[in-house]
Design a protein around this ligand. Structure first.
Ligand SMILES: [Cu+2]
Length: 347
């Protein structure tokens, strides 16, 4: 074979082969990563807490499926190890307190929901609705929530997304507690320490149970009047994927917030889904007052700025309704679900 032939063969066979191997390697690596992040169902209803390390891995896996890299879930990291000197998660509870008590009951049940576009959906709900009731408390309150499981076979828990609570109250099935089986109940007690926008959801096979409807908003109002950036009114917009439907506050039609010209509206946006949602605000400049329950320091006025809200994240926007015209907050990830503030002309 002469040199030219060898070069030709290399070009005709060698190059495509190298390309195929490279592309193959990329695809294999991608799916391997996906596999690591998205385990199949983990039914941890009767999983016993054994080794701290395995619990940590399980926790990461479960949450990796729902909202990856969310450090807020690390709040519940317990060390249920049998090593000497180790403290069990179940022993870390809320200390006795004289704080005002706010009691709630949440019952998880299979429900047929009728959406506002006429569609019916088989959902799993808290108190018959999805999202479940908005829990609204004041900073410093002692929240006492009794979770009842009516008929969710795999069991349920409630995780308080973004709120720092004692280990035993964190609601991570198989890590901080066993899932609550049908017919049973569990009471969560914790102090609402930091004002802000939060949400709660079942953390037993959470990616399935959240998309079935087991979630709701939790708002902690500041003790001494308004939060930073004084707003005159406020509203919550919780976006969720319920089966194949995208909803805001349970609606398939968006929502309208009545507001007068000049009014300052605090809009609490919650993305309970698996993917980042990008929001735009049309009709007025705005400020980002808080992210994930943390106030921003002297937030500047923004205009024509996209607000990317990651999976599980919350953004509190402050929007001043203009003298004439309304403000529309919308996301391409939630087409047909705009938040309209005020009643003037379209922006
Ligand atoms: Cu969460």
């Amino acid at each position: 074979m002469n040199k030219r032939k060898i070069v030709k063969r290399l070009i005709y066979f060698g190059l495509p082969l190298t390309l195929v191997v490279l592309v193959g390697a990329v695809i294999v690596t991608y799916f391997w990563q996906m596999r690591l992040q998205k385990p199949e169902e983990i039914n941890m209803a009767y999983h016993q807490m054994t080794a701290g390390m395995s619990s940590m891995i399980n926790m990461t896996d479960m949450d990796g499926k729902e909202h990856m890299g969310d450090m807020e879930h690390m709040g519940g990291m317990g060390n249920p190890s049998s090593e000497e000197g180790a403290v069990s998660c179940s022993s870390i509870t809320t200390p006795e307190s004289s704080a005002p008590i706010r009691k709630f009951d949440l019952t998880a049940a299979r429900t047929t929901l009728k959406l506002d576009n006429g569609k019916t959906v088989d959902a799993w709900t808290f108190n018959g609705i999805s999202p479940g009731p908005e829990l609204r408390v004041t900073e410093g309150d002692q929240i006492v929530v009794t979770l009842h499981n009516k008929d969710i076979e795999d069991g349920v828990t409630i995780h308080w997304h973004g709120i720092t609570v004692p280990c035993s109250q964190d609601g991570i099935a198989g890590v901080t507690q066993d899932a609550v089986p049908p017919g049973e109940q569990f009471t969560y007690t914790f102090i609402a320490t930091t004002p802000g926008t939060y949400w709660y959801h079942s953390h037993q096979m959470s990616s399935i149970q959240v998309s079935k409807g087991l979630l709701g908003a939790l708002i902690i109002e500041p003790k001494n009047g308004s939060e930073s950036g004084t707003s005159t009114s406020e509203a919550t917009a919780l976006y969720q994927q319920l089966g194949s439907s995208m909803l805001v506050n349970g609606s398939e039609r968006g929502r309208t917030i009545p507001a007068k010209p000049g009014e300052q509206v605090r809009l609490r946006l919650i993305n309970s889904g698996n993917e980042t949602m990008e929001f735009g605000v049309d009709g007025a400049p705005f400020r980002v007052l808080a992210m994930d329950g943390h106030d921003l320091h002297e937030p500047g006025l923004l205009e024509r700025t996209i607000v990317p809200i990651g999976a599980g994240q919350r953004y509190d926007l402050l929007i001043q309704v203009p003298g004439a015209g309304k403000v529309v907050v919308s996301s391409p990830s939630a087409k047909g679900l705009p938040i309209t503030i005020g009643s003037g002309n379209q922006p």
